[in-house]
Design a protein around this ligand. Structure first.
Ligand code: MG
Length: 383
């Protein structure tokens, strides 16, 4: 079996990422890049990616530039077409090294991530096994989900939203971004309202958003102001590359500190685990380097007693990928479940993932175990 083609399809949803007032449920991603890897055996693998899809398309489709055997500036497709898709580890490194002059991070690692996930999808379909079995473990067949949504602008709207997720069966809710960080007193009231609504039995997770510039001491103050409401973790309280700042914060508070959705590669996560000393790493499979990197992150994190809670705020395709990683982890706490109802979140696969008893089942079919809906692709494809 050989890789015959690698394509990037650009999709655009009619909805906005979130409503301007922030009071409604966000509609999920507006733009999406979908990677499709084809083989001469007729097996096809897919992955979405959270990035600038047109830039990723250029990185994938750029021509061969350098001498065979001395690749350093080549389009990603040119590096893997003709190769055996089952050699995921070698192909990951061939793409990484073969694009190193313009790559390493940003859009290139995101495109490498998506191609890598598609290769694992192909490998699963070839061996007729789900990806978590190929990774080597099915520790669990379902994972507790947290509803992942944006902060609402008033305490009443927070209570109403929190009630809705509990009514849907969620036992954990994460509020993030939105108005948080504009007014510290209001921030406390918003979190207080959510905790009051959900009571003590459910978990409340807070994503404070790194785009609010904070020093470590300011971050510690924010966390202490929220600690009475017992957040399960506080996510991205500092800029994602402020490793020393994260260590200062993590050393100063009892609340778990989470970070990592912007981080990539085993070398980046080593910084987060060993220098930043965060309690929870949140690799996004479509940003960190795909399964080939994520399994190394899981190994590093398990050795260091750090939790891995994958970031997954896109489609059911990414949520399915995250569930396979969850199944492989010795200790998995949550799968992130994007509650948006936009078509790129909910209609990208034929059978959307469902919440049952506050949990989502780990897909058991071959590869990712979910089937891409070609009709949705046709409907929303713009390039
Ligand atoms: Mg986040």
């Amino acid at each position: 079996m050989k890789i015959s083609n690698v394509e990037v399809l650009v999709l655009k949803s009619p909805g906005l990422y979130h409503s301007p007032e922030g009071a409604e449920e966000p509609s999920g991603p507006t733009y999406m890049g979908l990677v499709k890897v084809s083989t001469d055996a007729g097996i096809v693998g897919y992955s979405d990616m959270e990035t600038s899809a047109p830039v990723a398309k250029a990185a994938v489709e750029a021509p061969r530039w350098s001498e065979p055997g001395l690749e350093f500036c080549d389009g990603l497709a040119s590096l893997v077409i003709g190769e055996n898709p089952l050699e995921v580890e070698r192909l990951w490194y061939k793409m990484y090294r073969g694009s190193i002059y313009f790559g390493r991070r940003g859009v290139v690692i995101q495109a490498i991530s998506a191609i890598d996930i598609a290769l694992w999808d192909i490998m699963g379909k070839f061996y007729q096994q789900p990806i978590h079995i190929l990774l080597g473990a099915r520790w669990r067949d379902r994972v507790r989900a947290y509803a992942s949504t944006l902060f609402r602008p008033t305490p009443d709207a927070m209570r109403e939203a929190a009630r809705r997720y509990v009514d849907q069966g969620f036992t954990a809710i994460k509020f993030g971004w939105g108005v948080f960080g504009r007014d510290p007193a209001m921030d406390v009231r918003l979190v207080e309202a959510a905790r009051a609504e959900i009571g003590d039995r459910h978990d409340l997770l807070i994503d404070t958003g790194w785009f609010v510039e904070r020093t470590p001491k300011e971050a510690i103050r924010v966390i202490r102001s929220l600690e009475p409401f017992r957040p399960f973790f506080i996510e991205e309280i500092l800029h994602p590359e402020d490793y020393d700042g994260y260590r200062q914060v993590a050393d100063s508070v009892e609340t778990l500190i989470a970070c990592g959705e912007q981080e990539a590669t085993e070398w980046g996560f080593r910084q987060l685990i060993e220098v930043a000393k965060v309690d929870v790493v949140q690799p996004d499979l479509t940003r960190c380097g795909g399964f080939t990197v994520a399994r190394k992150i899981v190994h590093m994190a398990e050795r260091a007693n750090v939790l891995v809670i994958p970031h997954s705020w896109s489609s059911d395709l990414l949520a399915a990928a995250s569930l396979h990683l969850n199944a492989f982890q010795r200790r998995a706490v949550f799968v992130e479940f994007n509650t948006s109802q936009g078509p790129l979140s909910r209609a990208l696969v034929k059978e959307p993932l469902r919440l049952v008893d506050g949990h989502v089942a780990v897909p058991s079919g071959p590869g990712l175990g979910v089937e891409v809906n070609e009709k949705t692709i046709e409907q929303y494809r713009i390039a």
